[in-house]
Ligand binder design. Sequence first.
Ligand code: GDP
Ligand code: MG
Length: 299
Amino acid sequence: MGIFNRIKQILVTDVRDLFKQEGRLVDDDFLRDLFAILVKTDMGAGPARKIRDRIGTDFRARKVHMPDILKVIREQISEIMDQPEEPIKFVENGPTVIMVVGVNGSGKTTSIAKLTNLFVKSGKSVVLGAADTFRAAAVEQLSIWSERLGVEIVKGEHGADPASVAFRAVAKAIETNADICIVDTAGRLQTQVNLMRELEKIRRVMTRQIPEAPHEVLLVLDATAGQNGLSQAQGFSEAAGCTGIVLTKLDGSAKGGVAIPIREQFKLPVKYVGLGEKAEDMVLFNVHDYVEALLSEDK
Ligand code: GDP
Ligand code: MG
């Protein structure tokens, strides 16, 4: 598979280091070391404790080999995540409206390009809404992607009301019978009350055309942000009504474990994963592949 290499390396290398000799006795030292390795992936103390305790219960005072331990870690993570693949759900009539939110630099605009690429490849038509009117460069960046991917874009002037751009983008999608409308938004912190209210306004404006819109609100999280991802997930899921997560930059991170506590605490499914800067660098999140990558022994 080779896509989650860095996370895979840290976990397997470090778990392997626990097994210098043939097998190892499961005692307090072992459990403490294992706990430290698990926490390094950013899965959080809760899940790490759960896995450690399980291994303690199953194997304490026994000699174990690495595959025994990996098997339990794998099972426990699958149990905690407990999610099927969750692609975007398309509505039957009219455009499916997707709004994309998150902090600055998390990878929103790039993820929109990647999603567009997936959708276009599956034969769907897409209209983009460049509602990040805060930075002129942001509109430019999305325009370049729209040209490259051959899809329509609705823009606003620099400083224009983002809600009006979102409104026009949805209108354009309806008018052209597009399958999907994806609206980019300016980066903001979950603690910036006024900017979080602005997201509410963007949503409200969309419902005037399609009562159920936006059908999906994707929170884009940078996997390298570690535990900050948790506060972002909390702030955004409450204020912006997120329906799922796009976890970006897993290619450059040894910390992809953050998807685990996010799932555990907020019940938000990770829908897609970003693995690079190109339009093709996105895959549907699959727990099985993720856990295998996290723990795979063949490096
Ligand atoms: P935005 O501010 O949230 O819209 O973020 P951008 O989409 O502009 O991305 C910020 C930077 O992160 C850009 O340099 C992107 O190329 C880069 N980036 C986005 N997603 C990924 C990813 O999955 N992997 C890597 N390595 N870089 C990414
Ligand atoms: Mg952007």
